[in-house]
Design a protein around this ligand. Structure first.
Ligand SMILES: Cc1ncc(COP(=O)(O)O)c(C=O)c1O
Length: 292
């Protein structure tokens, strides 16, 4: 067997062996078609079945309600930093931003390019963010079109277990580094987005889960490639989508489902966390956890 290593990189991250082996087995001849899935048209039935299965698996595993739609876009989470305010800002306001790390700060800076966002909280101390706000620390604007936060600060490791309460204002979450680590209540979110490459597949495709009323309400003065309503209307097939990354999401999530879904994933992740933190705590100070 090929030698595989333990890969602790935050992303691109390790994928289940079974997902990779399935890709290997199907690479040259996808389901007897004499070509790989990458060589199929994104509008032909073989790819479409894979596409729909990937969406179905995301929907099933996260229990995405009917009020929301799953989209595939490109440009990574970084592009969503810009695409979100392009679509959902108002002329007066481009969102309240809870800044808990480098990525949240980058999202805020992108919103500033297209509109007028506000800072709801910024925990930067010196060069780092090592804590999260309490609900009472947040300065939320009544007229904000959304509240944006990052569920897991990938760089420093501060992670929200309880999500901020944005009241009637849609809550938007960058879940790039912890999407699907456990079951969540998607109905609490106006939008969730994540580059696939950390938890659910390879780089190249971004998953966006967005409430249908926000798709409708979104601005129309946005280039079609970046307009949520266009992407939604075309089931993310308005142009040639990165088919192989979507196919790999299908492979990864099929394994996740087979292994018991997100409840089983959470159990496994908590066990991994215990091993890791026990090593940190038992290292006699050699390793330190610098965050609150
Ligand atoms: C929380 C978070 N947001 C955004 C990004 C940027 O993602 P991308 O490389 O997909 O643009 C990262 C990448 O590490 C991240 O961890």
């Amino acid at each position: 067997m090929t030698k595989r290593v333990y890969n602790f990189n935050a992303g691109p991250s390790t994928m289940p062996l079974a997902a990779l082996e399935r890709a290997q087995a199907e690479l040259l001849d996808f389901q007897g078609t004499g070509m790989s899935i990458m060589e199929h048209s994104h509008r032909a039935k073989h790819y479409e079945a894979v596409h729909d299965e990937a969406i179905k698996l995301i929907t099933e595993l996260l229990a995405v309600p009917d009020t929301h739609q799953v989209l595939f876009m490109t440009g990574g989470a970084s592009a969503q930093f810009a695409i979100l305010p392009m679509n959902l800002r108002t002329d007066e306001h481009a969102g309240d931003y809870i800044i808990t790390g480098t990525w949240a700060e980058k999202a805020y800076q992108e919103a500033k390019i297209v509109g007028k966002p506000s800072v709801a909280w910024d925990g930067k101390k010196g060069e780092i963010w090592d804590s999260l706000p309490k609900q009472s620390d947040l300065k939320l604007s009544a007229n904000a079109p959304y509240v944006h936060f990052t569920t897991n600060n990938t760089i420093m490791g501060t992670q929200f277990f309880d999500f901020p309460d944005s009241g009637n204002v849609p809550l938007v979450a960058d879940m790039s580094s912890d999407i699907m680590w456990r079951p969540i209540d998607v109905s609490k979110f106006g939008m969730i987005y994540a580059g696939a490459q950390k938890n659910i597949g390879p780089a190249g495709v971004t998953v966006v889960i967005i409430r249908k009323d926000l798709i409708e309400k979104g601005r129309k003065d946005v280039a079609k490639a970046f307009r949520y309503s266009e992407v939604a209307k075309n089931n993310s097939l308005q142009n040639t989508i990165p088919t192989f990354p979507v196919y790999m999401i299908r492979n990864v999530l099929a394994v996740v489902k087979e292994e018991g879904g997100l409840a089983a994933t959470e159990k496994k992740n908590r066990k991994k966390g215990e091993i890791l933190y026990a090593a940190v705590d038992g290292s006699g100070g050699f390793y330190r956890c610098p965050v609150e």
